[in-house]
Design a protein around this ligand. Structure first.
Ligand SMILES: [Zn+2]
Length: 240
């Protein structure tokens, strides 16, 4: 249903032509060089990994107590994986001509992501007294996106594709935050316990917002790819 909503919302927009462009070819039909596409596949793999681990978790968590604890940890680790993989494509394409900055940002988020996933999966690190450590780890992951976003705005403010992409990234942040608010506040089941055990539970709403956030990020990434595809070599007006 979400996919149909997505198609309906954007079928007549300026984004439509981006979705049908042959962005996955290394060479165009005329033999000219185009951009590498592996960062786009990193994002797709992260998104699919997230949805696969959520599906497995919700399907199998009822098996037994030990499996229950493992699969709920896997559920959140999958979302962390998608967040980390989401960073790759925009940072790679925006800082395409600045390999040192690009490597620094991608290495930083990768290290943070590996730490976050190990923390979420390790039973010894899931105790209550380490909760501030886990919370600060996620805050670092989230806020580490603000630094490259401000950097991008400062260096690419005159490129409309990039500015609109940043708008979609802001929408993604709002959607993720809204999902987290439902998750933390336990709305709506806190108002009527038991009434939302089958449908409408805060955890379900939380997952819907994660998917919507991923769709907003998909649009942002396609816009940045469109921007960079206009200049697959450095030393041009797109090169900062
Ligand atoms: Zn879940």
């Amino acid at each position: 249903m979400l996919i149909y909503l997505f198609i309906y919302l954007f079928q007549d927009s300026h984004l439509r032509h981006i979705l049908v462009q042959p962005i996955i070819h290394e060479l165009r039909d005329d033999g000219a060089k185009t951009i590498p596409i592996w960062p786009w596949f990193v994002f797709l793999a992260g998104g699919m990994g997230c949805l696969a681990s959520s599906t497995l978790s919700h399907l199998l968590a009822c098996h037994s107590k030990p499996f229950n604890l493992f699969f709920w940890r896997l559920d959140y680790a999958g979302i962390s994986l998608m967040i980390v993989c989401s960073f790759y494509a925009p940072i790679y394409y925006v800082f395409y001509c600045n390999p040192y900055i690009r490597t620094f940002y991608l290495t930083s988020i990768s290290v943070l992501g590996v730490l976050a996933i190990i923390t979420l999966l390790a039973p010894s690190l899931s105790s209550r007294h380490l909760r501030p450590y886990r919370a600060s780890l996620f805050l670092c992951m989230g806020f580490s996106g603000v630094i490259p976003a401000v950097h991008t705005l400062a260096t690419h403010y005159d490129h409309p594709h990039v500015v609109v992409a940043l708008g979609y990234e802001l929408l993604m942040a709002i959607l993720y935050t809204t999902g987290a608010v439902f998750y933390v506040t336990r709305i709506p089941e806190r108002w009527k316990p038991g009434a939302f055990d089958i449908a409408g539970h805060s955890h379900q709403i939380f997952h819907v917002f994660v998917v919507l956030g991923a769709l907003a990020h998909t649009l942002a990434t396609l816009l940045v790819m469109e921007f960079r595809q206009g200049s697959p070599t450095c030393n041009t007006q797109h090169c900062q």
